[in-house]
Every structure is written in structure tokens, then in C-alpha cells.
Design a protein around this ligand. Structure first.
Ligand SMILES: NC(=O)c1ccc[n+]([C@@H]2O[C@H](COP(=O)([O-])OP(=O)(O)OC[C@H]3O[C@@H](n4cnc5c(N)ncnc54)[C@H](OP(=O)(O)O)[C@@H]3O)[C@@H](O)[C@H]2O)c1
Length: 262
């Protein structure tokens, strides 16, 4: 029985690496993002390297109608999706008070609304078939309030919480839900957010390939929370003991230090 994964944000970073992992493991893939040339090139590479089928859907997930259109395209092409990887997302470093309202709206739509909508549209057939995976990319940032990146951190708190709750609702349906919570990762994220990820990390950023590999294995094992990297796992556990007031002040200082460094 063939498996197909829809991967959002497959044109770079973690999403591109997800596509490589799924394809390497024999999955057909549907690659989704806005930059068509990148998706086409990746599809060609994956098909020739792994002998799988790779389809491309060009969509802008900041458009709230996009998930309906995506479901329509999948239907029209007769593609049944067994794994939905909600990876697309972006952040913005800066003061909330001066942030462009339409950019904030787009961020919330991509990071939260489209993720929920796509999940709602593609989940029922998986449950009927009693097999499938939802793999959401949240963030370690979702466990912290993030001054100077307030909406982004809050959007990831939403993804982390939504995913855990859905995992419980879908227990015993044959469909797993995993939320991957990376720490700083080498990708185009920092450039787009206006932060210098090397400073943001201060220590190091993890290769996107490692993040995707860890999350893919967690998904296969049916784990609910996937924290890639030992250092990130330590932070995840340490956060439980750190007073909230200290955590938010520290995050604010760290984010401020990265502003304007890109
Ligand atoms: N890098 C980190 O430090 C880090 C840490 C924790 C979590 N994350 C999360 O990891 C996920 C992947 O990010 P990344 O680090 O791999 O960054 P990235 O290299 O910038 O990749 C982001 C992907 O999302 C897609 N995307 C962005 N806006 C979109 C839109 N409006 N419609 C459709 N696709 C859109 C981009 O494609 P197009 O531009 O071609 O549309 C791109 O493929 C995000 O959810 C991010 O929040 C990243």
C-alpha cells in the first residue's frame, strides 16, 4: 500500500529535509509552498533519487481560502494523503507596537489558522482508514513568552497545545499526532524573521536535516512531543523549574540582543 505525505513549507529548511526523509523511506510526497521553481527542482530530484512520485502545489497559506483550494486540488488529482506535515511558518523580530498589522495577520494565518484548517479537512479520511499521521512543527519557543517576537512565540504555543490535545482526541483511531519542537535551527527562518540565528542561538543552531530526521522517527513511533537535540531537551525540562517571570525576562533580553543583527 503506497503512502503519501503532504508537506507544507517544503521549499526550504526543515520542510525540504522532511521531504527528503519521507521520500527516502518510500513515501510519495506532495510539496507545498509559494516558490514554485524550488518545489519543482526538489520534486525532480526526489523522483529520480528515490523512485517515488512527487507532486507540487503552489499556494500561499496566508490566504485563508488556501486550505479549501488545496483539498480541492488533492481531490481532483485523486491523491489520498496519509501524513500531513504542517511545517510552513515564519516569525518576525521586533516590537509589537510598530509591527505591520497585515504581516501579523499573515503570520497568524500561516502559523495557526491554515494549520488547523488543513488538519480539519484532511483528517477524516485518515480516521476512516484507521491509519495516518499529523506532524506539526511547533517550537521550543512555544513553551515561553517571547518579548520582541510576541506573536510568533504565541502562535507556536498554540501549535504545541493544539497538537497535544488532538493527540488525545485521536487516541485509538489509528491516527497519530506529533508536535516537533525545535530550538534554533539553520534555515532561512532567521533571515526572514530579521534576526541573526547565530546570535539567537548564541551556542549553535541545529542542522535542519537533524531536526527533520528526529521528528520523522518520533512520528513513526507515535510519540506526541518530539524535541530534537539533547540541549533542547534539557531546556524543555529546565523550563518547568524556571520561574515564569525569569523566563520571560531572559527571553526578552535574548531576543533583543539579536535585533538588527541580520
Ligand atoms: N529555524 C528555526 O530556528 C526554527 C525553530 C523552531 C521552529 N521552527 C519552525 O519550523 C518551521 C519551518 O521553518 P524553517 O526554519 O525551515 O524556515 P524556512 O527555511 O524559512 O522555511 C519556511 C517554509 O515555510 C514556507 N512558507 C512561509 N510562508 C508561507 C506561506 N505564506 N505560504 C506557504 N508556505 C509558506 C516557505 O516557503 P515559501 O517561502 O516558498 O512559501 C518555506 O518553505 C516553521 O514553522 C518555523 O516556525 C523554526
Amino acid at each position: 500500500m503506497s503512502n503519501t505525505a503532504l508537506i507544507t513549507g517544503a521549499s526550504s529548511g526543515i520542510g525540504e529535509q522532511f521531504a527528503r526523509h519521507f521520500a527516502d523511506d518510500g513515501w510519495n510526497v506532495v510539496l507545498l509552498a509559494r516558490r514554485q521553481e524550488r518545489l519543482d527542482a526538489l520534486a525532480t530530484t526526489l523522483e529520480s533519487k528515490f523512485g517515488i512520485e512527487a507532486a507540487v502545489i503552489v499556494e500561499d497559506l496566508s490566504d485563508s481560502q488556501a486550505p479549501e483550494r488545496i483539498a480541492g486540488v488533492l481531490n481532483a488529482r485523486g491523491i489520498a494523503v496519509n501524513a500531513l506535515v504542517n511545517n510552513a511558518g515564519f516569525g518576525h523580530l521586533g516590537e509589537f507596537i510598530s509591527a505591520d498589522p497585515s504581516m501579523l495577520q499573515s503570520m497568524m494565518t500561516v502559523n495557526m489558522l491554515s494549520l488547523v484548517h488543513l488538519t480539519r479537512l484532511l483528517l477524516p479520511p485518515m480516521v476512516t482508514e484507521r491509519r495516518g499521521h499529523i506532524l506539526n512543527v511547533g517550537s521550543l519557543a512555544g513553551y515561553l513568552p517571547g518579548p520582541h517576537m510576541a506573536v510568533y512565540y504565541a502562535s507556536k504555543a498554540f501549535v504545541n497545545s493544539f497538537s497535544e490535545a488532538l493527540a488525545v482526541e485521536l487516541r485509538a483511531t489509528g491516527v497519530t499526532v506529533t508536535v516537533c519542537c525545535p530550538g534554533p535551527t539553520a534555515s532561512e527562518f532567521g533571515k526572514i524573521a530579521g534576526s541573526d540565528v547565530r546570535r539567537l542561538t548564541a551556542v549553535r543552531s541545529m542542522p535542519a536535516e537533524r531536526v527533520a530526521r528526529h521528528a520523522y522517527r518520533a512520528m513513526q513511533a507515535g510519540r506526541v512531543i518530539a524535541i530534537p537535540g539533547f540541549g533542547n531537551l534539557l531546556i524543555y525540562h529546565a523550563l518547568r523549574f524556571l520561574p515564569r517571570a525569569v523566563a520571560r525576562r531572559l527571553t526578552g533580553l535574548l531576543n533583543r540582543a539579536t535585533q538588527g543583527k541580520s
